[in-house]
Design a protein around this ligand. Structure first.
Ligand code: PA5
Length: 445
């Protein structure tokens, strides 16, 4: 297995009998999922996706990625939340957070349409000057404001740069199969479209065209990624916490939450995990944080953040537990050199690899944090390949869905996200929001 859960460091916090006594709840949650009888069961397409994906579209994704690689210096990916985090996480995890700066024969990839920042947009426009561009606009609803504003800008840039006909060959839209503003506009303008399946929500969509087109464009093996997810689906299929690590992880989170551990910190020891952390935070935060319930997902990259949040984790409010993602094989090596002068006193490290030091920092931190009252689970991930990424995505999606059902929420909706939009539209004077606008005006007096 590419991903396994190590609960050695939770021993002082969760007794074996607690796993045994919560097992029926986890099994029941898993059965609800498998039988499609729980809340949100219209959004379970992600469960069979690794084996039941649209093969024709998958082939088209590869063709489109090859075309983008051939014709563009820069691919601009427009999308927000589930419509960009997975692709960005994959590219940074498998390739590098410095992907755009690497020597490579694939295009630079920039993500936009995920904020409303003037600075970010202007900076990207200036980076794009004089470069050959392609755009992949991704929005299931087709109406998300952040993405739509950015698309208006980049669509018009491509049309003025290449003319309508050539621009149409450089714009790829990933959206609803049938409906929505983006779908209508793409059909009208002749853009190639890819589908966000009806039964897959944004945060569960990385293994659809939403994630796969940018990921394939970065030169990542999407067949291997799907295979990893397919193997996870096959291997994480039984209802016992003692043989299904995704269920065990879900159960451990729930046990800890009931003991007052309301914050889970996902810990990586590699900068290439930063965006994976962000993807994971959305997955768990948007799935569980509702009905005034849920574990708050937070994240750190150590050892960097041991020098910032380390103090709080070691010694602050005891509301936390950590899930450490340990990448066993770093994929490359670096040996710490010896120095005859030893002026810095570091010769005790000479000849060790940097990864040995990193892993030792991890071990030291595991002891320190558990001694400080912070339960730690370790997710052992064999490497940073596309295969392991796909496996890990499925592991977390399954654990998240089971956790949500154990918590008694619908893990597949996100009603809370609408509140800010309603206020923003009202304040901006969008038609249909006149009443809300009036109410907010009263409150501002
Ligand atoms: O997970 C989700 O549902 C959200 O993060 C959405 O993906 C995000 O709000 C973007 O929505 P859309 O794809 O409709 O533009």
């Amino acid at each position: 297995m590419s991903v396994t859960l190590n609960t050695k460091f939770t021993a002082g916090f969760i007794a074996d009998h607690e796993f045994t006594s919560i097992e029926p709840e986890a099994a029941r949650a898993f059965r609800l999922l498998k039988s499609h009888t729980g809340p949100g069961s219209d959004f379970l397409g992600w469960m069979d996706l690794p084996v039941a994906y649209d093969k024709e579209e998958f082939a088209r994704i590869k063709v489109a990625a090859a075309r983008i690689q051939k014709s563009c210096d820069i691919l601009v990916v427009l999308g927000i939340g589930g419509s960009y985090l997975g692709a960005r996480a994959a590219i940074e995890f498998i390739k590098s957070p410095l992907y755009n700066n690497l020597k490579k024969d694939t295009p630079d990839i920039y993500f936009a349409g995920n904020n409303i920042s003037t600075t970010a947009l202007n900076e990207l426009l200036s980076i794009c000057e004089g470069k050959d561009l392609c755009v992949n606009v991704i929005s299931k609803s087709g109406t998300t404001t952040e993405t739509a504003i950015a698309f208006r800008v980049f669509q018009s840039l491509l049309i003025s740069k290449y003319g309508e006909k050539e621009a149409a060959k450089r714009i790829f839209a990933t959206t609803d199969r049938r409906k929505g503003t983006l779908k209508e506009l793409s059909d009208r303008c002749g853009y190639e479209t890819f589908t966000v399946p009806d039964d897959v929500g944004g945060r569960f969509s990385v293994l659809t065209a939403v994630g796969l087109l940018p990921i394939a464009t970065a030169g990542i093996d999407i067949d291997a990624m799907m295979q990893g997810a397919a193997d996870a689906r096959a291997q994480l299929s039984d209802e016992s916490l003692f043989s299904n690590d995704a269920l065990r992880y879900a159960a451990a989170r729930n046990i800890l939450m009931r003991k007052g551990k309301k914050v889970e910190i996902l810990v990586g020891y590699e900068p290439y995990m930063l965006m994976l952390n962000e993807w994971w935070k959305q997955l768990f935060g948007e799935s569980e944080g509702k009905d005034q319930k849920g574990i708050l997902p937070d994240s750190v990259v150590f050892s960097t953040d041991l020098h910032s949040l380390g103090q709080f984790i070691q010694d602050g409010s005891r509301i936390l537990f950590e899930t450490v993602v340990n990448i066993q094989n770093p994929g490359s090596t670096f040996e710490i050199p010896s120095d005859p002068e030893n002026a810095d006193g570091l010769n005790f490290l000479a000849g060790k690899t940097l990864d040995e030091v990193n892993k030792t920092a991890m071990l030291g931190t595991l002891f320190a944090h558990t001694d400080g009252g912070v339960p730690n689970m370790i997710l052992e991930v064999s490497d940073r390949t596309a295969y392991s990424f796909g496996y890990m995505v499925y592991f977390f999606e399954l654990a998240c869905a089971v956790s949500g059902y154990m918590l008694g929420v619908n893990p597949f909706d996100q009603p809370g996200v609408e509140s800010y939009k309603k206020n923003m539209f009202a304040l901006l004077g969008k038609a249909g929001y006149e009443h809300e606008r009036e109410q907010l005006a009263q409150r501002m007096k």
